[in-house]
Design a protein around this ligand. Structure first.
Ligand code: IVH
Length: 681
């Protein structure tokens, strides 16, 4: 008999609550509270009721995890704050160096670390918004992308069962979450799910994924969310942000809060306070590694306390308050069948070993880097030699030694280093004292090809679709002779290319057009100036604010920039002294490519204020406090006068405090000062 809508609504509510509860037990806590059949029965009842009362279906219902219609593509979303990377350490010594640096920079602020697993998946940001009923709803899931801009993969993310679609207001209240918030973490594919995925792909005649990480990444970017729903992805949460800021007191509190909110937080975690304890955690983890059921490539240590994290801050690409300890590379022996020379965008010739395919560190490897001609020379490498190849995490495989024994006889002949560019045939040049030889032909097609690929790559101008096949054709048809030519391509020209239709042509043109706003730092990287990578480009852009200022700067002026030494400044001056390069800049400008950036603002928060410090502050040393006030534009004076704006008093403050009272100068404590430095709204 059909229920009234009212009864149906009530029953639907009950069922959803029960199902959510069991999903949390099963997918998050790994502790099922009901049989599969029991769960299916609840789900079926809910599905039936929803089918009979479609007006009662809501997007956060457990039935809505099965995925929907295939998407056309993914929209790009700018992250609330960049999704950064981690610096790596590979040895106890490197960890000890990092620990020392952290303690130096932290001054008197507390230093303790959380230890977590480094999950080998892909990082994802989840945006939750408060709904009218006070609960929070999953609004968006975004991939890391290039760290600044990711892709909106919400419909796929919604199918991951360890991600709550809705979080009740009671939980939010307990966690002290006033508004919407963002959770960041890692989506991983468990080994079982990975094997299953590959079996299925094989059945369908598709190439298998090389490892679980690629499989997870490929899955999250699948256009059909119904497929994603079957792939068994798991999400582990590790950060919680409100308005782009960390909320809790520290990382331990963050992980606890995430657990309380119903997220899956990796249970293999701890707290450590010394290098010895870090090493213990590493050893214990290595022992458990094979039994986890999902892949990890190391461990992550994070400074726990947020005030200390803030103090330590960030380099361009990674926080100073965290480090990844990567497990040592795995290796395998295989035969080197030959050596391939490739020409890079700077004309540099790089030798690559062509190997008999071998399985190492979870992937099949058939190429490995040999660095340069000296390396081949030093190893006495012969074509046909058996070699040991090493590979760690996402590191490019390396040949590390020649193997020689009864089963592995030596190769047959020496490799002759080319005297001419394998691509254009011009003579190669090896400068005095340099390890690399280069093709110096400015018109070398290999250089152009590599420059174009670099220009369009992620992290540079981010022109999606400008891959090898397209670049090759553009060059063959004489459509591009420099990166500037990309901006005059037309739809008529592009539709002529193989596998191009109107739509793909327009998409590529849109991507090219959008890249005009990538900003000065990206353009600087895109120009392929020697030694100018992401970090340097970023610093130069912030300091100079425009390409003209950089082109007009002397080596000395350039060297004023943090981390820019004589080698780098020399390369920049040399680059812009070439008329062809200046012309390239003009052409880019003419095409509308933005080549300005916001100059770094010196903070003016405390401008015009004078502070006097007295007594011992609980966390900051006197020097720290002074430095931070000055960085924020304030002044620090040694004695209290009528002109003093504030006296910052700590423990055992002396006569200066009396003087302040006498002159009615406001007195604040350390917390008050920190609040002025960084108001927490
Ligand atoms: S913290 C800003 N914690 O490793 C700090 N990352 O190599 C970066 N990863 O992009 C994130 N497990 O995808 C953090 N417990 C963990 C992690 C983790 C895996 C990944 C993450 C990040 C990459 C950096």
């Amino acid at each position: 008999m059909a229920m009234t809508t009212h009864d149906a609504a009530r029953r639907i509510g009950e069922l959803r609550m029960q199902i959510r509860h069991h999903e949390h037990l099963y997918y998050v806590l790994d502790a099922p509270g009901i049989s599969d059949a029991g769960y299916d029965a609840l789900m079926n009842e809910l599905k039936k009721l929803e089918a009979a009362h479609p007006e009662l279906v809501t997007p956060d219902s457990p039935t809505q995890r099965v995925g929907g219609k295939p998407a056309e593509g993914f929209a790009k979303v700018r992250h609330s704050r960049p999704m950064l990377s981690l610096d790596n350490a590979y040895s106890r010594e490197e960890l000890a160096d990092w620990d020392r640096r952290v303690r130096e920079l932290a001054g008197r602020l507390p230093v303790e670390y959380t230890s977590e697993l480094k999950l080998d998946g892909l990082s994802v940001a989840l945006h939750y918004a408060r709904a009218e009923d006070g609960a929070a709803r999953l609004e968006r899931g975004v991939t890391r992308g290039d760290g600044q801009i990711g892709e909106d993969v919400t419909s796929n993310i919604r199918t991951i069962r360890s991600i709550p679609l809705t979080i009740g207001s009671d939980k939010l209240k307990k966690a002290g979450l006033p508004r919407g918030f963002e959770v960041r973490g890692e989506a991983v594919m468990p080994e079982k799910a990975f094997l299953h995925t590959n079996e299925e792909r094989e059945r369908e005649g598709l190439p298998p994924f090389v490892n679980p990480r690629n499989s997870a990444a490929g899955t999250v970017r699948t256009l059909d969310s119904r497929i994603v729903a079957t792939r068994g992805l798991v999400f582990f949460a590790y950060f919680l942000l409100v308005d782009g800021e960390y909320l809790a007191a520290g990382q331990v509190a963050t992980l606890d809060a995430l657990t309380a909110l119903g997220f899956r937080v990796n249970p293999h975690r701890g707290r450590v306070d010394s290098v010895d304890n870090m090493m213990h955690f590493i050893e214990a983890t290595e022992k458990q590694r094979d039994t986890l059921g999902y892949e990890i490539d190391g461990v992550v240590f994070k400074v726990d306390a947020h005030p200390t994290q803030q103090r330590l801050g960030y380099t361009g690409r990674a926080p100073r308050w965290a480090i990844a300890y990567k497990f040592t590379a795995e290796s395998a022996i295989t035969r080197m069948e030959g050596i391939l020379i490739t020409v890079g965008r700077s004309g540099k010739l790089t030798p690559t070993a062509v190997l008999q395919p071998v399985f190492v560190g979870g992937v099949t490897v058939s190429r490995a880097t040999l660095h340069n001609s000296d390396f081949i020379e030093r190893m006495g490498l012969l074509v046909g030699d058996w070699v040991r190849v090493e590979r760690g995490g996402d590191v490019i495989p390396k040949v590390v030694e020649v193997v020689e024994d009864a089963e592995h006889p030596r190769g047959t002949h020496k490799f002759v280093w080319p005297t001419h560019c394998p691509d254009c045939g011009s003579a190669v040049v090896r400068a005095e004292g340099e390890a690399d030889s280069r093709c110096v032909n400015a018109a070398c097609p290999a250089k152009l090809r590599e420059s174009l690929l670099h220009f369009g790559s992620r992290g540079v101008m981010n022109i999606e679709g400008l891959g090898e096949a397209v670049v090759q054709q553009l060059m063959e048809r004489g459509l591009v002779h420099s990166v500037a030519d990309l901006y005059s391509l037309t739809e008529e020209q592009l539709v002529e290319l193989e596998r191009f239709a109107e739509k793909s042509a327009r998409t590529l043109l849109d991507e090219i057009k959008n890249s005009k706003h990538a900003g000065l730092a990206r353009v600087l990287m895109g120009l392929s100036i020697r030694f100018v990578g992401e970090r340097t480009a970023e610093l130069l852009a912030q300091e100079f604010g425009s390409i003209d200022a950089i082109m007009g700067a002397s080596a000395e002026e350039l060297s004023q920039v943090e981390e820019v030494g004589p080698r780098v400044s020399g390369a920049i001056v040399e680059f812009f002294s070439q008329p062809a390069n200046r012309e390239l800049v003009e052409r880019l400008r003419h095409s509308g490519v933005k080549m300005t950036a916001e100059k770094k603002q010196r903070s003016t928060r405390l401008a015009g204020l004078t502070f006097v410090l007295t007594g011992t502050l609980p966390n900051l040393t006197r020097d720290d406090a002074k430095k931070r006030i000055e960085e924020a534009g304030g002044k620090v004076s040694g004695s209290v006068s009528k002109k003093t704006s504030f006296v910052v008093a700590g423990e055992e403050a002396g006569s200066k405090l009396d003087k302040a009272h006498e002159l009615k100068v406001p007195v604040i404590d350390e917390a008050g000062l920190l609040e002025m430095l960084e108001p927490s709204n």
